[in-house]
Design a protein around this ligand. Structure first.
Ligand SMILES: Cc1ncc(COP(=O)(O)O)c(C=O)c1O
Length: 388
């Protein structure tokens, strides 16, 4: 058996007529950029988030730095986040011209640890960017409390958590704006690049709308801006998929329950944790080996057994070669948990269209490897031969 990491084509086949119909509608409309399909999708996305506004953008990275820019954050300012996220979170801070300040993650959730934020605040601090990493919300109430106390803005990087919620809070409820990415592999993904920002703030909405379109809201009238629009073909694809996002997330949750039940007795790694009252949408199902040296052994074993496992993210941002590339960056306190996450993470295949047989095959292979590491069953820590 072969188990892929992604199921984009299966998803397309399952709702082909809905996607094809929206693509046809756009093609026949003759309006491909800033057309009616984009407007429709923005309305649907705002309604989904219960926000006043949603703006379609070129990608999720642009959404973050445009939010920063709309909030007046740039050179001379500091923005706090954590280093075990996708590179784009920090990249967006640097594109905005600000300094990225890294604090540690929570050892359980891998999202930013609110307890580490206050020590990083200086007179230059302007914002916090929590990431809903792997599909579970960061502790927004705790982050909001700190932000309010120090008059900071919050931008939620929600590239991985669309459809998630916390214990008594929704995404975009406790922040100035939430951004997302619709790149192919995301829980709501198109067949290419795009992203969005949702907000209740009319000022952010107006500014980002202008910024994305060459600083223009009216023909021939411009101010400083960029080209970062979500085009109508992608909006049509996303509109079709948005109708299924809750069902897709439910399936991801179902597979996560199956993985967890199957792997709970293993000794060599820790399983992901869903906090009480939270809805984790399992963009990724990430296990962490108890010893860093086991990570590549297990990964290698899975790959050699036709299981496309990956790592998210095995090189933390501050560990990348050349960091920080002449950009403003600061690390505050120990970031040992973030570094451990980078050194030990393995993402098992996770997408809605998995089959029970595929999930069970992955479980069987992971268990097989685990048993061989446990004293008394096989040579401890020894590299295990692949079994096809
Ligand atoms: C946490 C996080 N932030 C930001 C991004 C950037 O999104 P994009 O690739 O659409 O620019 C991604 C995904 O790619 C992400 O996973």
């Amino acid at each position: 058996m072969k188990v892929e990491f992604y199921g984009h084509v299966r998803q397309y086949h399952n709702i082909k007529s809905e996607i094809d119909q929206n693509i046809q509608t756009v093609l026949e409309s003759g309006a491909y950029v800033m057309g009616p399909m984009l407007k429709r999708f923005e309305g649907e996305l705002a309604a989904y988030h219960s926000t006043k506004f949603a703006i379609g953008l070129g990608n999720g990275t642009d959404a973050i730095w445009m939010a920063l820019m709309a909030l007046g954050i740039g050179p001379g300012d500091e923005v706090i986040t954590h280093p075990n996220t996708f590179f784009a979170t920090a990249e967006a801070i640097w594109i905005a011209g600000a300094t990225a300040v890294f604090v540690d993650c929570d050892p359980k959730t891998k999202c930013i640890d609110p307890a580490k934020i206050e020590a990083a605040i200086t007179p230059k601090t302007k914002a916090i960017i929590p990431v809903h990493l792997y599909g579970q919300c960061a502790d927004m109430p705790a982050i909001k409390k700190i932000a309010d106390k120090h008059h900071l803005k919050i931008i939620e990087d929600n590239a991985q958590g669309i459809g998630a919620h916390g214990n008594g809070f929704k995404i975009a409820e406790l922040s100035d704006a939430a951004t997302t990415s619709f790149i192919i592999q995301k829980n709501l993904g198109t067949f290419g690049d795009s992203g969005a920002l949702v907000t209740d703030n009319a000022g952010i909405d107006a500014t980002v709308r202008r910024l994305r379109n060459h600083g223009s809201n009216a023909r021939n009238v411009h101010s400083y801006g960029f080209n970062s629009r979500l085009d109508d073909l992608h909006a049509g694809i996303l509109s079709a998929k948005l109708k299924h996002i809750n069902e897709y997330n439910d399936l991801r949750r179902k597979w996560s329950v199956r993985y967890t039940a199957g792997l709970k007795d293993c000794k060599t790694f820790d399983l992901p944790v869903e906090l009480p009252g939270y809805r984790h949408v399992f963009h990724l199902y990430v296990i962490e080996t108890k010893k860093p040296e086991w990570r590549d052994q297990l990964l290698d074993y899975l790959v050699r057994n036709n299981i496309d496992a990956k790592t998210h993210y095995s090189i933390a941002i501050h560990q990348q070669a050349g960091y920080p590339w002449g950009k403003g960056a600061r690390i505050v306190g120990s970031i040992a948990h973030a570094e451990r996450n980078a050194a030990t993470c393995i993402s098992l295949p996770m997408f809605p269209e998995l089959t029970p047989e595929e999930v069970d095959y992955v479980i069987a292979k992971v268990k097989e490897w685990d048993k061989q590491q446990v004293p008394g069953t096989a040579a401890k820590g020894k590299k295990v031969a692949a079994v096809a």
